[in-house]
Design a binder for this molecule. Structure first.
Ligand code: PA5
Length: 424
């Protein structure tokens, strides 16, 4: 099995070992609750065993639909917001190698008219397919985007637009479901027992990702292998959950996820939603932030080194990045870089990571290190399940329901009232 490993040594000196051992025991109890379905929100834990079910009929339908869309599209527009797009973008940006496929573009994750204008300009001379993802089928942002883009598709392709549109939504209710039924779009179901931020390994992510050339069987295999190792307690997932909560008890209220490749930016965005929406409630939770180093060392580095000491960092380390570049020997030292000639960029990037961890620890910031082998679908599948599992366990340790998001409604109600939506 390819590597996924949590290293807690860079937290040494920042926590009480006895308290950590106690928390780790509690984390195992929380994991048992998750597996037995006896914890809070247990009717939203369908993702726990999802990847272990060998649903070949569903997999075949996903791949057939994806192949059909892929053959006729230069790009696929994924319409969705929050859990209905972040996981897809995270995987799509992260995975290498992959086969050729249409570029995935995104819509419905903002209400910016300028963004929509830019997208329409971009697709003007392209062959396009649409994948609209909304579990509730009533979310305003994707609904507006779909109304505009469906009209664009109908003007461009006439009655054949139908063959290029797929809906991924609830089994029974919501506007996307009725539209699919009425207009005959292909559709896939988001299982009732899986919430948005835990849904990337359902058709929500699998359909657009398969269309774009990602090996979704390997993604599912990685997640399934991680689901199996997560049963053995304690494990890397419970260690991560326990350490986060021990650090929180010590006053570390912000966790910064640090990545060292631009391609991981959206993995961090997905992670922020997963942990933020799962834990931030009832006046509790660790605030999830993220940085892309080394770029952000030149903007956020100062604060992390010397600002308020209520932070800890979790660093994602890819052991074998897909490419490397040699730093050339130019025969001169005008730029002061002769000492690096013949070394590679990955060597320097890795050294920057180790040096930054040392410096931040010396500045009073504990670090957790997550080592993963590479950027394959398989490794990312493992990482996705690892985070979902540790997030659920961590939420139970905190004493919250990690599967609801009651606070998200507040802005919607006020916006609807101000927009004059009937009934608000
Ligand atoms: O995790 C969640 O539940 C949310 O982020 C939702 O995915 C998001 O609000 C979009 O909801 P829907 O898929 O119902 O349009």
């Amino acid at each position: 099995m390819k590597k996924l490993e949590v290293e807690l040594k860079p937290c040494d000196g920042f926590f009480n070992v006895k308290k950590y051992d106690e928390k780790l025991e509690q984390a195992s109890e929380c994991a048992d609750k998750l597996f037995n379905g006896t914890g809070r929100g247990s009717d939203f834990t369908g993702w726990v065993n999802l990847t272990l079910r060998d649903d070949e009929t569903q997999m075949k339908k996903i791949i057939d639909t994806a192949d059909r869309l892929r053959d006729k599209s230069d790009c696929m527009i994924n319409i969705g917001i929050g859990g209905s797009y972040l996981g897809t973008k995270a995987v799509s940006d992260f995975v290498f190698p992959r086969s050729e496929g249409p570029e995935i573009l995104y819509a419905g994750n903002s209400i910016s008219g300028t963004d929509m204008h830019g997208l329409i300009e971009k697709i003007e001379n392209k062959d396009v397919s649409l994948c609209v993802v909304s579990k509730s089928g009533t979310t305003t942002e994707p609904a507006i985007a779909f109304r505009i883009l469906e009209g664009w598709m109908e003007r461009k392709y006439g009655s054949k637009a139908r063959e290029r549109i797929v809906g991924i939504t609830d089994a029974r209710k919501g506007a996307v479901k009725s539209l699919c039924d009425e207009k005959g779009y292909d559709s896939f179901v988001i299982p009732d027992d899986i919430g948005g931020r835990y849904s990337v390994l359902t058709p929500v992510g699998l359909v657009p990702l398969a269309a774009s050339g990602i090996d979704i069987r390997e993604l599912m295999k990685g997640a399934a292998d991680q689901a199996i190792v997560s049963r053995d307690l304690p494990n890397d997932g419970t260690m991560y959950a326990a350490m986060r909560n021990v650090l929180l008890d010590e006053g570390r209220t912000t966790e910064i996820l640090a990545v060292y490749e631009e391609a991981l930016r959206f993995m961090a965005e997905w992670w922020k939603q997963l942990f933020g929406e799962s834990e931030g409630k009832e006046g509790r939770g660790i605030f999830p932030a993220s940085v892309v180093f080394s770029a952000d060392l030149h903007s956020m580095g100062q604060y992390i080194q010397e600002g308020i000491r209520n932070i800890f960092e979790t660093v994602i380390h890819i052991e074998k990045p897909p490419f490397d570049m040699l730093i050339p020997d130019t025969g001169s030292n005008e730029d002061g870089l002769a000492y690096l000639a013949g070394k590679t960029m990955n060597y320097v990037n890795e050294t920057a990571m180790r040096a930054t961890m040392n410096a931040h620890r010396a500045g009073g910031v504990p670090n957790i290190l997550i080592n993963i082998e590479d950027r394959s679908s398989y490794s990312l599948g493992r990482l996705i399940y690892f985070f979902e599992f540790s997030c659920a366990v961590s939420g139970y340790l905190l004493g919250v329901n990690p599967f609801d998001q009651p606070g998200v409604e507040a802005y919607k109600k006020e916006m609807f009232r101000m927009l004059g939506k009937p009934g608000y």
